[in-house]
Design a protein around this ligand. Structure first.
Ligand code: GAL
Length: 394
């Protein structure tokens, strides 16, 4: 059988930014860029405009990265009416949002249900409806809502009501719901992204507070070990992901320099298998050819964005090896095998474990190459910290 058509079909499934815009928010995992991992608390209006420009000029936008998300530290002071204004680094938020939109992109912001954000800026506590209206007025398309100082409220409640161990969690959910309802009430489609580090299983209560995605863990860092730790923490969560509601293992670190290209390929492969939101967090003006090839591999993005919206299960973990399988449209499966050890190892692969006892047609995603038909037991040699990512089809 000629496998070429199915390889090409993988690439053809990539959604354009414009087809994403026409569907419900987050029908597939949101893709874009976020300011935090690279700019942290120093981000400016000019950085965000330049990120928007770079998304276009590098081809990232057309690969699907459409959200430009300004994270913490944009907030200024509230006026006498309680309306929040940006700080001096952001002279005109509406103009910034308009600029981002003019580049065929979407604009995201960040706040907290607490009085202060994690970096000590103004949060939304007591101003939820007002802030939601402000965001909608500016043209915001995405809100990351970060628990931060609301944990003070939760701690106090716990101390005052030790007899009610669920009180702090009910309060947290109510706080997230308040903003979720406020965003929906604006009538503007705004993706609502919870960031509370996985406390009290947000994959269970997220949809009920109107959220389309929720962080499952504490922060990622640009380290291979931390990235793998987060990937392993997703095991068991696949059933909670689907169109309109996604587990979020945190932003991408690809291009930030802390991992080797082969390790970033593991990171990108796992995030695609996990149907994770793909929010790049690097300096887009300084991408190496490897960074571009990793972030913009059309087949990998197509795995992440597959319309079925399934998250991979880990089929098994044997020592340093783990095998992951994500069902795709058309009866296909994306299959990832990771060698998490430092050194080159041999690993046998039993196709029955992947659900193909009588063999499969296999496409090597990173090589962009059809491998023909595999039957019987396979044996692979893999260098340390590498991934094999395939598409399997009957
Ligand atoms: C953390 C969050 C990060 C970033 C940061 C900003 O809580 O997990 O992704 O948003 O706050 O202060």
């Amino acid at each position: 059988m000629n496998l070429l058509p199915f390889g090409l079909a993988v690439a053809a499934l990539v959604l354009t930014p414009f087809s994403l815009a026409q569907t419900a928010p987050a029908a597939t995992p949101p893709m874009g860029w976020n300011s935090w991992n690279h700019f942290a608390g120093h981000v400016t209006d000019a950085d965000v405009r330049s990120a928007a420009d770079q998304l276009v000029s590098t081809g990232m936008r057309n690969a699907g990265y459409v959200y430009v998300n300004l994270d913490d530290t944009w907030q200024g002071k509230r006026d006498a009416q309680g309306i929040l204004h940006p700080n001096d680094r952001f002279p005109d938020m509406k103009a910034l949002a308009d600029y981002v939109h003019s580049r065929g992109l979407k604009f995201g912001l960040y706040s907290s249900p607490g009085a202060k954000t994690c970096d000590g800026y103004e949060g939304s506590l007591g101003h939820e409806q007002q802030d939601a209206q402000t965001y909608a007025g500016w043209g915001v398309d995405f809100l990351k809502y970060d628990l931060c100082s609301f944990q003070d409220q939760m701690r106090q409640a716990k101390e005052q009501h030790p007899d009610d161990p669920r009180l702090e969690f009910r309060m947290m959910q109510a706080a997230f719901k308040k903003m979720g309802d406020a965003l929906k009430a604006t009538g503007r489609p705004i993706v609502y992204s919870l960031c509370q580090y996985g406390i009290d299983d947000p994959w269970k209560f997220g949809p009920g507070v109107q959220s389309e995605m929720w962080r499952t863990t504490d922060d990622i860092s640009d380290s291979y070990a931390r990235m793998m730790e987060i990937a392993y923490a997703q095991v068991g969560l696949a059933k909670f992901a689907g169109p309109g509601h996604w587990n979020d293992p945190d932003m991408l670190e690809v291009g930030n320099g802390g991992m080797k290209p082969s390790e970033y390929r593991v990171h990108m492969s796992l995030w695609a298998l996990l149907a994770a939101p793909l929010l790049a967090g690097n300096d887009l003006s300084k991408m190496t050819p490897d960074d571009k090839a990793i972030l913009m591999n059309r087949d990998v993005i197509a795995i992440d964005q597959d319309a079925l919206g399934k998250q991979a299960e880990r089929v098994w973990q044997q020592g340093d090896f783990s095998l992951w399988r994500k069902p795709l449209t058309g009866g296909r499966y994306a299959v990832g095998l990771v060698n998490n050890s430092w050194s080159e190892r041999d690993i046998p692969l039993n196709l029955a474990e992947i659900g193909f006892p009588s063999g499969a047609n296999v496409y090597d995603v990173w090589a962009g190459k059809d491998l023909g038909r595999w039957t019987g037991p396979q044996s692979l040699t893999m260098p340390g910290h590498t991934v094999q990512l395939w598409i399997f089809k009957q």
